[in-house]
Design a binder for this molecule. Sequence first.
Ligand SMILES: Cc1cc2nc3c(=O)[nH]c(=O)nc-3n(C[C@H](O)[C@H](O)[C@H](O)COP(=O)(O)OP(=O)(O)OC[C@H]3O[C@@H](n4cnc5c(N)ncnc54)[C@H](O)[C@@H]3O)c2cc1C
Length: 450
Amino acid sequence: MTSKIAVVGSGPSGMYAADALLQQGLEVDVFDKLPVPFGLVRYGVAPDHVSIRSVRDTLDQVWDKPGIRFFGNVEVGRDISIEELRSGYEAVILTYGASSDRRLGIEGEDLAGSVAATDFVAWYTGYPDYSGPDFDAQLPKVSSVAVIGVGNVAVDVVRVLSKSEDELAQTDMPRHVLDTLRDAPIRRVVLVGRRGPVQASFTTKELKELGELAEASVEVRGPDLDLDEWSEGQLADNKVASRNVGVLREWIERPARQDAERSIDMRFFSRPVGIDGSDCVERLKLERTRLTSEGRLEGTGEFEDLDVDLVVRSVGYRGEPMPDVPFDSGNNVIPNVDGRVLDGDTALTGVYVAGWIKRGPTGIIGTNKKCAVGTVASVLADREAGLLTPADGSAVVGSLADRGIVPVDVAGWRAIDAKEKEHGAAQGRPRETVSSTAELLAISATAHAT
Ligand SMILES: Cc1cc2nc3c(=O)[nH]c(=O)nc-3n(C[C@H](O)[C@H](O)[C@H](O)COP(=O)(O)OP(=O)(O)OC[C@H]3O[C@@H](n4cnc5c(N)ncnc54)[C@H](O)[C@@H]3O)c2cc1C
């Protein structure tokens, strides 16, 4: 019997963990609830960031190695339980990510037209059977958008909403998404941050891109760059913030572009306090803020209404618990020490965690590699210490078959990959994402047709 390790999730952390295990000569079964692998590299990273998305090619090479199998379209916690995985495998590594949204907790947040960035990103990346707000119906009526948040995801959303048809032409977005974005009458996109530019978490490369768009001009308010004592103090130790402030100051000096079809309006020190409208979003209510000399945020009592048709809330991703797995609901992560899942003070034998659900939604894709390798080191040490019981996964494979579940395997994924490239080539693009689960499964099945 060849003992195997189960990895739950085929995002970067799952693929890096699998690769590290394979390098030790171990065998791995990777489960994903979606019919396709790579998690947020496929359904998060902005489609116009072609070079970052090409990380997929590196992750894809892991499937070519001996000893790995893919079980796509199998949701752990629904189709198979953690207990079944624990008894069916020598160890289980949970890498299922953190893909829910955080809320603002303000009045009007549930009005039609107030949406989470998680939904908007899922729509434009072609998440299988996307079932969130109907952007194909909404965007044709939207001329003004507020994006709340000052991280890289907020900047992605602003950029995707502001790019021209030509600038999006080479992406792998589904055709209907490209058509909807092309026809949307968007004239103004406002980026709203509660604190100042020094406290923003976007990176300089992403910020600069906003100033280089074909049809959009960026506007920054001069007073937002008159830094208070606290922010000046922070700049000294923060190179990214210092570069960001430099870029924003350059933009203030730049003459306004007369030819721009759209404006990107950057508003710092503006706290959303309510969203207003009769049936759908009509206004975002903001309060001007400032920082105290200790860096505390306080309202100034000056309010302003921003007329907008769409509010996109981009204030962070959040992990969710998995049935029968301990969860730290304060930090929305699985409690662990060096990747060993903790139940109270004791490690749960044979259960490990890596990636966003271990650390929270921070860091770049590469951060997950170090994180996954660290977790695999704990698995190896526990094996060495004789703490794990060998098992080859056959009981789990048998249970899936008994339940009528036909997982997407590597050959199925390869068929999907080839078909998406073929759809793209027909339109002069590298790929077009297939966004229907039924279609993905039908294409996968062709890999096994006799
Ligand atoms: C909008 C957005 C843009 C980003 N852009 C960049 C960027 O430009 N550059 C960069 O370096 N980083 C970027 N990131 C961060 C990067 O995507 C993450 O660091 C990385 O994807 C986290 O990896 P992960 O494997 O922990 O989680 P994920 O990538 O989320 O993978 C988790 C996987 O688990 C699966 N899963 C979930 N639940 C289950 C279940 N019950 N059973 C089975 N499978 C399950 C999911 O389907 C998914 O495939 C971005 C993130 C977001 C949200």
